[in-house]
Design a protein around this ligand. Structure first.
Ligand SMILES: [Zn+2]
Ligand SMILES: [Zn+2]
Length: 136
């Protein structure tokens, strides 16, 4: 009998190893984006490079996306089910100036940009900064 996490990984063509399932669960239960360091803190005895490799596999298979919120640490968050990280799948991120947490605003797509002739859009890093509901 397969559980939900196995299915979630297999849907994205990721073989559900024990380590991958643990990293997935960490990302799933924290409803905000996490840095490599923050993910590492959730484990007792796991090598940082192992976690990094796991995240890389996840990212290559569109299970997670990375966010550069300007704080200097890349953060990671789960993608929506059908996400392929194409321009149409990109959403806005929100960095709270108080708690430093980065939230995915999944219902807010990155605004369409009218680029000058000759420029083609591939990706965007759209980070809004302010105060989150928890810190209000
Ligand atoms: Zn906050
Ligand atoms: Zn996001």
């Amino acid at each position: 009998m397969k559980n939900d996490v196995d299915n979630k990984l297999e849907q994205k063509n990721i073989k559900p190893t024990a380590m991958r399932k643990l990293v997935y669960e960490v990302l799933d239960k924290n409803k905000k984006a996490l840095s490599l360091y923050e993910i590492e803190q959730q484990f007792d005895n796991v090598d940082r490079s192992t976690i990094f490799r796991t995240l890389k596999t996840f990212q290559d298979n569109y299970l997670i996306h990375s966010i550069d919120d300007g704080t200097g640490a890349v953060k990671y968050a789960l993608c929506d089910e059908g996400c392929t990280c194409a321009p149409d799948d990109l959403h806005v991120h929100f960095l709270c100036n108080k708690c430093g947490q980065t939230h995915c605003l999944r219902d807010m797509p990155v605004p369409k940009m009218d680029l000058p002739d000759g420029f083609s859009f591939e990706s965007a890093n759209f980070v809004v900064k302010g105060i989150c509901p928890d810190c209000k």
